[in-house]
Design a binder for this molecule. Structure first.
Ligand SMILES: Cc1ncc(COP(=O)(O)O)c(C=O)c1O
Length: 360
């Protein structure tokens, strides 16, 4: 017996190479991973302490929704608790939305090249995927996305800053889009990199949720908060959407250790400000280094920079691996000829650039 045809046609998710696999290929383990946009500044000390404390209770099932985490998110983002859901990474929530709102015969519109979960989620739900090319600066092209919406469309995924380009949706484009979108469509804004946005023209997507628009803002603790291994994501949406998502969720998908660590992270404002500042400084520093070498790259508001590879991106990534750096070639996203490099502390970016120069 074979799987459903739409599952059979899918490719297994292609993640940034793990350190273990990279070390095997490189033949040594002196590697720095800049391939999955994790935070090399590491988690808050308070998160680590909360995780250790939570370890003492792992004989119990986790809370379906940890009230202290929901309360902390509500306070941090001025949202009502009934507009929030937490889950096993943003991935779980992104996938759940397609399952809940679409079915065979309907369509899902999303940007391309972008995060693969949108295509994957559409296929899993049996819906027709409708990928729409990015704009010239690597941003989601909201006008083209709107044009692709028809009476079959149930879900639109947006990614801002977009992975793998870093491009951002502007406030004007978002405001016009919100007015034009049919009420029968659920708009999902994947803001996995939202904490790193510096541009004052960036829209406040959560405001649309506060105003009751059919918008789901999806966020994660995997990036700035450095809890990728503990799998905690969250979403804000109108209460009716939250109820529907909770009906379809796996009851115990929320990792207890991760949920307590995430709650503690939100209470550590000093840590948040420090990591954000460090990341923005390192990003500006890296972009300056690229500029001084005339290396083409997309304008980015995320904790990564996607730059032009001098060769086939997969070949350059192999060479960088031999020199100690794991980066992400973007061919698998549908963006051949580029490398996505995570922003890390300045001494690491300097070392990366030194190895890059040596490779030329
Ligand atoms: C745009 C985007 N959304 C979601 C995720 C997944 O986040 P999580 O680790 O919370 O599942 C990623 C991870 O790389 C991402 O780039």
């Amino acid at each position: 017996m074979g799987p459903r045809p739409e599952i059979d046609a899918l490719k297994v998710y292609s993640p940034g190479t793990s350190l273990e696999d990279a070390a095997r290929v490189a033949g040594h383990d002196r590697l720095i991973k800049l391939a999955s946009n994790e935070s090399l500044w590491g988690p808050s000390q308070k998160a680590l302490e909360a995780a250790q404390q939570a370890l003492l209770s792992i004989q119990y099932y986790p809370a379906m929704q940890l009230s202290s985490l929901i309360a902390a998110l509500a306070k941090t983002h001025q949202l009502a608790p009934d507009t929030l859901v937490v889950g096993n990474g943003a991935d779980e929530i992104l996938r759940l939305i397609a399952t809940v709102y679409s079915e065979p015969g309907t369509s899902i519109v999303y940007p391309y090249p972008s995060f693969s979960a949108y295509h994957h989620s559409a296929r899993l739900a049996g819906a027709t995927p409708r990928p729409i090319r990015l704009g010239s600066k690597g941003e989601n092209d909201l006008e083209a996305i709107l044009e692709a919406v028809d009476s079959t469309t149930r879900v639109i995924y947006l990614c801002t800053p977009n992975n793998p380009t870093g491009g951002m949706i502007s406030r004007d484009a978002w405001d016009a889009f919100l007015l034009a979108i049919p009420k029968t469509v659920v708009v999902v804004v994947d803001g996995a990199y939202q904490e790193f946005v510096e541009d004052e023209e960036a829209p406040d997507f959560l405001q649309a949720v506060r105003q009751g628009h059919p918008v789901v803002v999806v966020r994660t603790f995997s990036k700035l908060y450095a809890l990728a291994g503990l799998r905690i994501g969250w979403a804000a949406a109108p209460p009716a959407v939250i109820i529907a998502l909770n009906k379809a969720r796996e009851p115990f998908s929320l990792n207890a250790i991760g949920a307590h660590a995430a709650t503690a992270s939100l209470g550590d404002l000093e840590y948040f400000d420090w990591v954000r500042q460090q990341t923005l400084e390192a990003r500006a520093h890296f972009i300056k280094l690229l500029g001084s070498r005339s290396i083409k790259h997309f304008p980015t508001q995320a904790n990564f920079v996607t730059l032009k590879s001098p060769d086939d991106d997969r070949v350059t990534a192999e060479r960088l691996l031999q020199q100690g750096f794991v980066v992400r070639p973007t061919t698998s996203f549908g963006l051949p000829g580029y490398l996505r490099v995570t922003v890390a502390p300045i001494p690491i970016m300097d070392k990366f650039m030194m190895e890059w120069d040596r490779m030329q």
